[in-house]
Design a protein around this ligand. Structure first.
Ligand SMILES: [Zn+2]
Length: 84
């Protein structure tokens, strides 16, 4: 991954992280949401171990990634939409 590549700032998500409880409720229907993304209420943040995804709707852990003490590269820059 080149250090300054703007390509890394595009949406490159290949596998969405979802709350299994939200997914079950959404698949049953009746949530009133058009997509699981809109139904989900996920918080993402750093912890002392690594990075955690937390479902606010169900107040449960979705995933907690353990960095095992490693400091990983991260890019917090963002691209602004091009104005016409
Ligand atoms: Zn949930």
């Amino acid at each position: 991954m080149p250090e300054n590549s703007l390509e890394n700032l595009q949406n490159k998500i290949t596998n969405q992280i979802v709350c299994s409880k939200c997914e079950i409720e959404f698949m049953k229907g009746g949530t009133g949401s058009r997509s699981l993304q809109k139904y989900s209420l996920l918080d993402v943040g750093f912890t002392n171990r690594g990075l955690q995804v937390w479902c606010r709707r169900h107040d449960v852990n979705v995933v907690h990634v353990d960095f095992d003490g490693n400091r990983l590269k991260a890019d917090f820059r963002s691209l602004e939409p091009k104005l016409q």
